[in-house]
Design a protein around this ligand. Structure first.
Ligand code: AMP
Length: 327
């Protein structure tokens, strides 16, 4: 029996942070190593066009993200790793999905509302039709499952709806994709620990996967741990959560106990955590540097992935064109 197909991707917006690692990449590598699935991972460069980014920055970020995927442990021999725009069928299928998608459904999307609020100067049509591109990303490859956290379930419902709207009009063809619900730790900002760690708030708010140990130590030194009202401060909880992920068990148990009985010294916790994170990503930094120093090799890997993805995508689009009456 063939394995269930899983598909996921991220936008090329610059180097990844440890929240991206714990919230996505780590799980992707585990799915790969489980041997239970056929996996497709892509660099969502077409999605990134909804953001105002300089073309040369985008070009650089695409390679960078691919290098970081591989350096994190994705093996291009075990998974199909490709750049979305290398497969023009993504845009073609998006158009077809846009013609079966009621516009009222698109206006309902939380992410559209969020992004419009934060990008008042750039509410482009792509932000609105984004779910049709997401549906195309998944359904071109007949994706059965998409690994998501609870907050992303709404978008996946839209992928399932696109399949239904298409199937109702043109005959049953696409599968109904299901979320592969996974518990992801939510990593918080170092300086504003009530907010999610993200790059948009600035360098000192996050720890990059590629940050050198010195930088990690400096950023952690400034991390907020105090609380005005007593009780466990969100900043301290965040640092302990990170130690649980990256440090050794004994240290985590000791610091957790010390935090409970009030004897914790945050300087010690930060030093321990800095060293744990620095060590954890040492291999990643080396593999990343090697890949970035050899762009030809990286491009060859991506071309090989595109070749495999293209095989599937071309077949799907040929079927779809026939079904809708274009050929
Ligand atoms: P983004 O670029 O924000 O869309 O993130 C790419 C992936 O990383 C998504 O799967 C997010 O859920 C995950 N992610 C981003 N920031 C965090 C965070 N602070 N904690 C956990 N996961 C995150």
């Amino acid at each position: 029996m063939s394995k269930p197909i899983i598909l996921s991707g991220m936008q090329p917006t610059g180097s990844l942070h440890i929240g991206n690692y714990l919230g996505a990449l780590k799980n992707w590598v585990e799915l790969q190593n489980s041997g239970q699935y056929e996996l497709f991972f892509f660099v969502a460069d077409l999605h990134s066009l909804t953001i105002d980014m300089k073309p040369e920055t985008r070009r650089k970020n695409i390679r960078l993200l691919a290098a970081e995927y591989i350096a994190s442990g994705l093996d291009p021999k075990k998974v199909t790793l490709f750049v979305q725009s290398h497969i023009p069928e993504h845009t073609e299928l998006t158009w077809i999905f846009s013609t079966v998608t009621p516009v009222t459904e698109l206006f309902r999307m939380i992410q559209f509302k969020d992004k419009s609020e934060h990008n008042a100067k750039n509410i482009n049509a792509g932000l609105l039709t984004y779910p049709a591109l997401q549906a195309a990303d998944v359904l071109l490859y007949h994706g059965a499952l998409v690994p998501v956290g609870q907050d992303q379930v709404q978008h996946l419902e839209m992928t399932r709806d696109c399949a239904r709207w298409f199937n109702n009009r043109y005959g049953h063809y696409f599968p109904e994709t299901k979320p592969l619900l996974t518990q992801f730790p939510k990593i918080m900002s170092l300086l504003e620990p009530t907010k999610k760690m993200s790059k948009s708030a600035g360098e000192s708010h996050y720890i990059g996967m590629a940050d050198e140990p010195k930088i990690i130590a400096a950023k952690l030194k400034k991390a907020v741990t105090a609380t005005a009202g007593g009780g466990q401060a969100p900043g301290a909880a965040n640092l302990l959560a990170l130690l649980k992920q990256f440090g050794d068990k004994k240290m985590y148990t000791e610091f957790t106990a010390a935090e409970k009985n009030g004897s914790i010294r945050y300087g010690d916790l930060k030093a321990e955590l800095a060293s744990a994170i620095g060590n954890y990503f040492a291999g990643f930094r080396a593999r990343r540097a090697e890949l970035l120093a050899n762009p030809k090799k990286l491009d060859a890997i991506l071309e090989d992935g595109a070749e495999r993805a293209r095989g599937v995508a071309k077949k799907t689009m040929a079927d779809v064109r026939k079904l809708v009456g274009l050929r």
